[in-house]
Design a protein around this ligand. Structure first.
Ligand code: 13P
Length: 247
């Protein structure tokens, strides 16, 4: 059995004070949640505060991005060494917003995954098609390319894949359970072609307008092992309900 993995991607939201107030409420709401990995990815500026508050809790810290060099003249970037130093256990890599607004290519994403793994950070590797790609029947082609290029020469340990159809992100338009299961099944087949039986151990998360109202149905899909949650992770009670999904 794959252990469920529920992660919050706060994107560019929450100051230090807002992070403190969220975590003070959230930590107690989920302290009895045992059979699930709970992960929170605040913005870089709130990582230190979150790291301090999350010590000795059942919640793990993630960053939202990483650079692929350990140090040097890369103005504005944050290295894997800095992320482990501040207490991160995971990092989100290849989010569609980074691909779209910051021109991240499969090649850059591949370098970032390698750098994260070199420093034993867990990787939440995001893939997903646009509306136009879906409507023109290219969903599986896009997923295949993102998986094969992104994971080129990379071993599967520490990798969690997040399927986030771009048309479902922040739109309130969740994929149906059939659409999610179809894509997840296809992703697992592609992972199996790279990693054989080990693909059965890789967690595949769904992301895109996940809410307390649709999490239970999504988690009932055989190949959905968790969720990557944006908007609904910004309120403690809403994200706690998602963490405590019912199967
Ligand atoms: P929403 O849950 O706000 O749709 O965002 C999904 C997402 O992009 C998580 O990484």
């Amino acid at each position: 059995m794959r252990r469920p993995f529920i992660a919050a991607n706060w994107k560019m939201n929450k100051t230090i004070r807002e992070t403190e107030s969220f975590l003070n409420e959230f930590i107690s709401l989920v302290q009895d949640a045992k059979d699930v990995d709970i992960v929170i990815a605040p913005p870089f500026t709130a990582l230190h505060t979150a790291s301090t508050l999350l010590k000795n809790t059942n919640i793990q810290l993630s960053a939202q991005d990483i650079f692929y060099e350990d140090k040097g003249a890369y103005t504005g970037e944050v290295s894997p060494v800095m992320l482990t130093d501040i207490g991160c256990k995971h990092v989100i890599i290849g989010h569609s917003e980074r691909r779209q607004y910051f021109h991240e290519t499969d090649e850059i994403i591949n370098k970032k995954i390698k750098a994260a793994k070199k420093h034993t950070l867990g990787v939440i590797f995001c893939i997903g098609e646009s509306l136009q790609e879906r409507e023109s029947g290219k969903t599986f082609d896009v997923l295949k390319r993102e998986i094969e290029e992104g994971l080129k020469d990379i071993s599967p340990d520490g990798i969690v894949v997040a399927y986030e159809p771009i048309w479902a992100i922040g739109t309130g338009k969740t994929a149906t359970t059939e659409q999610a299961q179809d894509a997840h099944k296809y992703i697992r087949e592609r992972l199996a072609s790279l990693y054989g039986n080990k693909a059965n151990e890789i967690r595949i998360l769904y992301g895109g307008s996940v809410t307390p109202d649709n999490i239970d149905a999504l988690m009932a899909c055989p190949d959905v092992d968790g969720a990557l949650v944006g908007g609904a992770s910004l309120k403690a009670d809403s994200f706690a309900r998602i963490v405590k999904f019912k199967r």
